[in-house]
Design a protein around this ligand. Sequence first.
Ligand SMILES: CC(C)(COP(=O)(O)OP(=O)(O)OC[C@H]1O[C@@H](n2cnc3c(N)ncnc32)[C@H](O)[C@@H]1OP(=O)(O)O)[C@@H](O)C(=O)NCCC(=O)NCCS
Length: 170
Amino acid sequence: MESTDVWRVRLDPWGEDDFWLLRRNNSAEMTEHLGGPETEERLAARHRRYLGLDSGRMYRVTLADTGQAVGVVGFWERTWEGAAVWETGWGVLPEFQGRGLAARAARAIVTEAAAAGSRRYLYAFPSVLHHASNAVCRKAGFELMGTADFEYPEGHWITSHVWRADLGPR
Ligand SMILES: CC(C)(COP(=O)(O)OP(=O)(O)OC[C@H]1O[C@@H](n2cnc3c(N)ncnc32)[C@H](O)[C@@H]1OP(=O)(O)O)[C@@H](O)C(=O)NCCC(=O)NCCS
């Protein structure tokens, strides 16, 4: 049966041509809870990092029906409370926000991280002030573990909620 759900998303591995998406994600509006826009140099380094991740993976979020790019999502390694875990983050372009796309991308990235196999937990650390991103965590089935303070970027302290998705025994 043909689907009428035009907001289904697909994750495509990050590609050489996706730098424009990082540029769009780097506006004052999009980085309000992330310490503000990065310099062009840092953005280019981010692009190279996204392309070259050994462990974890970054994706372009696209609409499944049309292939139109709507955002960025991914997972990467970090150590948290002494354990090797995955961390995730997401961004949806302003003109596509408020349609449930980030929540769908977050559910999809839980599936991808689970398939990666090696680490049991996927964490997200949105600022306590970032209502939309905290709502995304809740909608995608993450469990709220508490709060933590982070210095990101350097010199800029934020208090974040600690959200965790259990990917199952490894
Ligand atoms: C956070 C972000 C990805 C949300 O994208 P989105 O596609 O609009 O999110 P969704 O449509 O899936 O909405 C998820 C939930 O957030 C809620 N929400 C969306 N915008 C909101 C806002 N401004 N204030 C409060 N809640 C909001 C929605 O209502 C929804 O919850 P509900 O279904 O329970 O009502 C998007 O705002 C963004 O890209 N921001 C800039 C980058 C960023 O900060 N990324 C997160 C880093 S931690």
